[in-house]
Design a protein. Structure first.
Length: 384
């Protein structure tokens, strides 16, 4: 391959999906519907080479994710080799399988940051969402982390079922972390399939935003409180992945290099594999990374919009899922001709999920607006 982009920025972070195996089965998992098996996972040696290539390319941080990265039996060696390559090592984990000696070994190997995900503030909803009894283990891990020298972030994925538990979730973070992230579910993959039961109403979303703003003011200087709103309620889309092929690169368990988590749903894209090419070659020349870089691919209204370098026309996968065209303006944008499709989805949600009259963040009982529909969850399976 020849470098056709000499002025291209280098990626800041590499997202390493070490495996798609996971003991949990979350209904909003960001993994693709077609999960990769253990037999296809990259070896320790190949990952170690990728880490060295990433550092040489200018990558500063590696995010170990999955599936559940702790299911890799070589996870301690992988942390060690990423740290030896000079990368800041972030582990994004559900907290199992893990015990105290293994936690200590991870930290000794050079782990910089531990990101522990929670499904709810208590076990009943967490079990329903993940179809696994894992909440008690997460609380144990949180307790172990209090006496360890490692940065800790708690991640809460929030949606209609757990929005009423925001105070308890924040209290958990206040007791143990330096940063907490509340991310509303974004609707791709498994979450797209379960969307009707996860999307909050406008009123509940607004209450949650007020809650986060007050939390940020109260905890300023103590804990960083971050939140991500659901795209469907936005006026403009988010700059998905910081722009296609601009800041981030994701490697799947079998070694394919993707510009975002869901990119494989876009028909016609060819993804290069780290087993065949170096990261530098892929970053500069992969046709999949080139496809939606710059402005030349954009359609109106994005092509002539003064926000095109702020949000990069939004998310290509969302454009495909909602408009049927990955080059279309992200339909969540209020300027998109396809926005009525999103409004129709929200209108349907409101017709089955009436707004509770009292504040969801003040009441700690189960929310009054849980859907009473009969259709069951589509749970993410665990690949072989
Ligand atoms: S099933 Fe849940 S814990 Fe496992 S990778 Fe998906 S979101 Fe994370
Ligand atoms: S029209 Fe396109 S560039 Fe303009 S705000 Fe909407 S998505 Fe962004």
């Amino acid at each position: 391959m020849t470098n056709t982009n000499p002025a291209l920025n280098t990626p800041l972070a590499l997202i390493a999906e070490l495996t798609h195996r996971c003991p949990l089965h979350c209904v909003y998992c960001s993994n693709p519907l077609e999960l990769q098996s253990r037999a296809n996972e990259l070896s320790t040696d190949t990952w170690s080479r990728v880490f060295r290539e990433a550092a040489a390319l200018g990558v500063l941080q590696i995010d170990f994710t999955g599936g559940e990265p702790l299911t890799r039996t070589d996870i301690i060696g992988l942390v060690k080799s990423a740290r030896s390559a000079g990368l800041y090592v972030n582990l994004i984990t559900s907290g199992l399988p893990l015990d105290e000696p293994k936690l200590d070994a991870l930290i000794a190997a050079g782990l910089d940051h531990f990101q522990l995900s929670f499904q709810a503030a208590e076990s009943q909803i967490a079990t329903e969402i993940s179809n696994t009894k894992s909440h008690a283990q997460k609380l144990r891990v949180l307790d172990w982390l209090k006496s360890r020298r490692v940065a800790v972030t708690l991640n809460f994925v929030i949606h209609r079922l757990n929005l009423h538990q925001l105070p308890e979730m924040l209290a958990l973070a206040e007791s143990s972390a330096t940063r907490v992230e509340f991310a509303h579910v974004q609707y791709y993959g498994w979450a797209f399939a379960n969307r009707e039961r996860l999307l909050p109403t406008r009123a509940k979303l607004d209450e949650s935003l007020e809650f986060f703003q007050k939390a940020q003011q109260r905890l300023e200087g103590k804990i960083r409180v971050e939140y991500v709103v659901p795209d469907y309620y936005g006026k403009y889309p988010k700059p998905c992945m910081g722009g296609w092929g601009r800041k981030l690169m994701l490697i799947t368990p079998s070694g394919e290099a993707l510009p975002c988590h869901a990119a494989k749903i876009i028909p016609g894209l060819q993804f290069d594999n780290v087993k065949d090419c170096s990261l530098a070659e892929i970053w500069s020349n992969s046709s999949a990374f080139q496809k939606f870089r710059g402005h030349s691919w954009m359609l109106e209204p994005c092509k002539s919009c003064d926000r095109r370098d702020l949000d990069f026309a939004g998310c290509r996968c969302q454009a495909l899922l909602l408009a049927g065209d990955p080059a279309a303006t992200d339909p969540v944008c209020s300027l998109s001709p396809q926005r009525p499709k999103v409004d129709a989805i929200l209108a349907a949600i409101h017709s089955v999920a009436p707004t509770s009259p009292s504040s969801v963040v003040a009441q700690h009982a189960a929310p009054a607006d849980r859907p009473s529909d009969a259709h069951s969850w589509l749970y993410r399976p665990n690949p072989a």
